[in-house]
Each structure stands twice: as structure tokens, then as C-alpha cells.
Design a protein around this ligand. Sequence first.
Ligand code: DOR
Ligand code: ZN
Ligand code: ZN
Length: 357
Amino acid sequence: MPHKTLTRLPGLADVHVHLRVPGGEHKEDFSTGTAAAVAGGFTTVLAMPNTTPPLTTCETLHIVQQQARAEALCDVHFYAGASPDHLDELPALARETVGLKIYANQTYGPLRIDNLATLLRCFQTWSHGKPIAMHAEGRTIAVGIGLAAAFEQRVHFCHISRADEIALIAAAKARGLPVTCEVTPHHLFLTEADAARLGPFGDMRPRLATSADVDALWAHINATIDCIATDHAPHTRAEKLEPKRGSDAPPGVPGLETALPLLLTAVAEGRLTLTRLTELMAHNPRRIFGLPEQPETWIEVDLDAAYTLSDEGLHTKCGWSPFSRIAVRGKVERVTLYGALIFEDGALIHSTKRTRS
Ligand code: DOR
Ligand code: ZN
Ligand code: ZN
């Protein structure tokens, strides 16, 4: 067999993942979600709070933290969820989470804050040392920028997807305002034409955009964009194909296992450098969210491996990907976490517990 040359990169950190615990374990759980993370080259993931019940109280947070410690195959940190009913819990939640998530537009799950009075209370109450992550689309982003400026509070904008949105964030940054942002692989590699082709399997919030929007995101890849985050949002095939009576199919697509191959393909095509990829997928996420170092942790990738993405062999419980049948170049070969080899030849190596704490 010809000798493969492997390139070592730091363990990646994904700041936007839906692991579905508690309440959505038929879509994903800590074991399957972190298996997908590791297979995708991520050794740290930040879990979103739009669960059932949502992560808006210390009581629920403590239950999932304990469960993650028992089941997760890589490090999992949590966001607190903002809810008008539990604002009094925010100071305590701030001590044990990486940030506060505010859903300022309608999306999947019960969390939603759309009135100014509640937004103000969130910004007044949240510990200013940690970022507030916002699901904000369109002009709601201007609201988030205004709050960041007024309260001198760091705001991290999730999944920016449109030309006008990224232009607004670039302007805010040029002013020195404390804002950061992430983009997802689906908004970098798919357009509304793919949404038409994929049907419910290409539906998420924000929706896929035009090719001009995609071009605008790429034009900001070396400047305005701080992180690539997957917004891994698994739903079962059945939920996508047969929504409950009277409701639409739930929005969201998985992304943990396809992000790095897609971005490595862009590196092979000269659309960004490997150094920039490492900033976007490892260093910036860790810096923005103050994530702990992971000693003796790295991944090894084969930059030359050319193959086709497939639903076959995915570790995510949902078992499908909007990127299946897309040709890529670049593969995760091995993952080492805290000195132990935990992934090789497409498979997790399970034995003793190896994550932090
Ligand atoms: O498409 C989405 N799905 N967007 C979100 O903001 C939430 C997510 C989910 O939890 O399924
Ligand atoms: Zn969102
Ligand atoms: Zn999300």
C-alpha cells in the first residue's frame, strides 16, 4: 500500500452543536453526537440549549453535565438558554456555561425572545465576562449590535448567511464593537438551488441563500468571519419526511462529520489556507469562548484522500447528510485526545473514559 502522508492539526472546536439531550435522544445523544464530532476531527463541542426541557435552569444543566461526563467521547461544554421565565437563574448559569444563547428569531424549539424588555434584562443580568451568542437573522442583527455597543457586552452572531448581514458585521467590527461571528459549512457550500433539490433535507434556519450570498461569505473568510461552526442539527429521516399533522418538517441538518472534509477541499482548491482553516476551526473558537486547553490532543488528516461523502458509515444517529454524493479531498485519519488514540480507520476506539474531569 502506498504510504500516506498525514498532517497534524490541533483538535477542532465546534461552537454550535445540537446534541438533543434532554428530550430529543431519538435524534442524537451524547454518545452518538460526540462520536460524530470525533469522526469529524472535533475534540470540543459547545452544546446548544434548545432541548426539552431547555437548558434554562441550573437543575437541568446539572443533570446534562453529569450525563455528558458519563457518555461523551470528547469534551462538551454548554450554553445557558435565555428564557423570560428563568432570568433570575442567569448569574448562577453564567458560572457554569460558556455563554448565553438568545434566540431572537423563530427556529426549532421553545426558546424565543423577541421583546426589547426581556433582551435588556438578559444583557443587564448576564455576566459580562462571557459572550452572548445570538440566533439573529436580517435586521435583528442590528439589534444585537446595538445591545453589544450599549452594554459593552461581547455578542457572537451564529450562522451568518447573507451578503448584507456579513457587511453589517464587518462595519460593526471596523468601529471596534465587541462582536464576533460564525458561518456554517452549509451556508458556504450550498445555495437555494440545493434547497430545492434536497427538499426537507436542505431546510434549516437561516435558510440556504443565493450564490451571491455564498460569494459574499467567501469574500470575508480571511477577515470578518471568526469561526466555522457546523450548527449540527440532526432530525430523523421520518421527522423530515412525515411531519406531525399541522406542522412543517423541523428545520436543521447534521454537519459534524462533513465540515472538515469540505473545508479541506476548499484548501486543496486554494480558497483558503490551512493556517486560516485552523484559526477558524480551532484557535478562534477557543479564544472567543475561553475554552480550556486540551493537552496532548491533535488530529491527523490525509490532505490527498479523494472520495465522495456518503450517508454510509455516519456516526450521527440521524444517519443522513445534505452533503452526501459531494466529492471531497481531505480525510480525518486519526484523533488523539489527552494522549490516547480514540479514532482510527473510520472507527471510534472505545475503552476507558478519557475526557476532561
Ligand atoms: O435549522 C435550525 N435547526 N436552526 C436552528 O436555529 C435550530 C436548529 C435545531 O435545533 O434543529
Ligand atoms: Zn440558530
Ligand atoms: Zn443551531
